[in-house]
Design a binder for this molecule. Structure first.
Ligand SMILES: [Zn+2]
Length: 222
């Protein structure tokens, strides 16, 4: 599978990369620092490490693990990633509650026949938007509620393009996940305003080109 999205942006986890249960995991490098977006469910941690090592030269430090939301297929492997790289885990304050509390229902761990061990979150985002300097680049977190109570998306600029890490743009919207269909719809409309050139999605892969990204997001707007 093609893992290189841009010269400093790679997919390193997901079905075909790590474990079939994993949502996509992305690695982004900004000079001497790097960040990972989401962590998979944890079953493919060894493959994840070897994929990361393939692209990241020794000496480049992974500073942050940015979680898009609390769901197990994105977060079950987070503790192992922090152990391996010593990075800080970032999540919205709203979803941090379910991770720190080890809630296997709201995190959907039970959907995977597993349980969510309590996960301490290092940086809890309460503001609507928060920027993180990472090496010579910047990642910006945006609240994107609806799919889960505190879903987030992240954006960055690379090679003159706006990259959007929108990991569960497609949903699902489900009562046991405490999804909110009305808020989800307004979040979808917010996503269109980013006018992204590349969408790194959680389960549907990479979308390239403003029109392609826009029409994928638009397809979930009712
Ligand atoms: Zn999800």
């Amino acid at each position: 599978m093609e893992a290189t999205i841009l010269s400093d942006l790679w997919q390193v986890g997901g079905p075909g990369f790590t474990s079939p249960d994993d949502a996509a995991v992305y690695l982004v490098r900004f000079g001497e620092k790097a960040a990972i977006v989401d962590a998979g469910c944890g079953n493919g941690n060894e493959s994840l490490k070897s994929n990361v090592d393939k692209y990241l030269p020794v000496g480049v430090e992974i500073e942050y693990l940015f979680l898009t939301h609390c769901h197990f297929d994105h977060t079950g492997g987070a503790e192992a990633v922090r152990d391996e790289y010593g990075c800080k885990i970032v999540c919205s304050a709203l979803d941090a509650v379910y991770l720190e509390g080890g809630d296997s229902e709201v995190t959907a761990a039970s959907w995977y026949g597993s349980r969510m061990p309590p996960l301490a979150i290092d940086v809890k985002i309460e503001k609507d938007e928060q920027a993180f300097q990472v090496g010579d680049g910047r990642m910006t977190a945006h609240q994107w509620p609806g799919h889960s109570p505190g879903s987030m998306v992240y954006t960055t600029e690379m090679e003159g393009q706006t990259i959007l890490f929108g990991q569960d743009v497609h949903g699902p919207i489900h009562p046991s996940l405490l999804s909110d269909p009305i808020i989800y719809q307004s979040s979808l409309r917010k996503l269109l305003t980013f006018d992204a050139d590349i969408l790194c999605e959680g389960h549907f892969g990479i979308y390239r080109g403003k029109e392609t990204v826009r029409s994928f997001i638009q397809s979930f707007v009712v």
